[in-house]
Design a protein around this ligand. Structure first.
Ligand SMILES: Cc1cc2nc3c(=O)[nH]c(=O)nc-3n(C[C@H](O)[C@H](O)[C@H](O)COP(=O)(O)O)c2cc1C
Length: 192
């Protein structure tokens, strides 16, 4: 029997969100019985089949002007054929976002990813971690240092490249999301 697939479809203009996507993939790969697939939005035309066959799709975007990037939104609109055919109904979905500011209106983008998943009748999997970095004993090294429940958040300093940011805590948080969705996909496809 072939392994359930968890696909990550993402955009990254300058490489920071790509690092986050790779961290999500590393988390998926911790679950041996699941296969992870990376789909950059500019390669989607060759990879629709991987998305259609996936048990779960994790959406990822940088925040540009307070929302998902235009390239991500172009992908979202291209999914309308799938929407029309109800191809993604009952797949699991999750999301990750990355931006330069600590807040940066990331949640607006996360809600757009959630909205896309609900248009398709997918089932949203949140982060499943308590917030880190929110007490006198806490630090920016904590997992979920940006304190989200909806998905994995990352912050990349505007003057640093993807070799440095997003920092380890955000990459660990992204891996946690990948692993969580992979484990959920295993349970979700049991007996299917
Ligand atoms: C056109 C544009 C708009 C941006 N708007 C925001 C924003 O609204 N909030 C924010 O915090 N950062 C904003 N940024 C910074 C990016 O989110 C940040 O540099 C991010 O790490 C880029 O990810 P990428 O390298 O994957 O493209 C913007 C960057 C660009 C190029």
């Amino acid at each position: 029997m072939s392994k359930p697939v968890v696909a990550i479809v993402y955009h990254s203009g300058f490489g920071h969100t790509k690092v986050q996507a790779e961290a999500v993939l590393a988390g998926i790969q911790e679950v041996e019985a699941v296969e992870g697939v990376l789909v950059p939005v500019d390669e989607v035309e060759e990879k629709w089949e991987a998305l259609d066959g996936a048990a779960a799709i994790i959406f990822g975007t940088p925040i540009y002007m307070g929302n998902v990037s235009a390239a991500f939104q172009a992908f979202a609109e291209k999914t309308s054929k799938r929407w029309y055919e109800r191809k993604w109904v009952n797949k699991l979905a999750a999301g990750f976002v990355n931006s330069a500011s600590q807040n940066g209106d990331k949640h607006q983008g996360m809600l757009a990813l959630f909205g896309l998943s609900q248009q398709h009748g997918m089932i949203w999997v949140g982060l499943g971690l308590l917030p880190g970095n929110n007490s006198s004993q806490a630090s920016i090294e904590d997992m979920n240092r940006l304190g989200s429940f909806a998905g994995a958040y990352a912050q990349s300093n505007a003057d640093q490249g993807p070799d440095v940011v997003p920092p380890a805590s955000d990459r660990k948080t992204a891996s946690h999301l990948g692993r969580r969705v992979a484990e959920a996909a295993l349970r979700w496809t049991k007996g299917a």
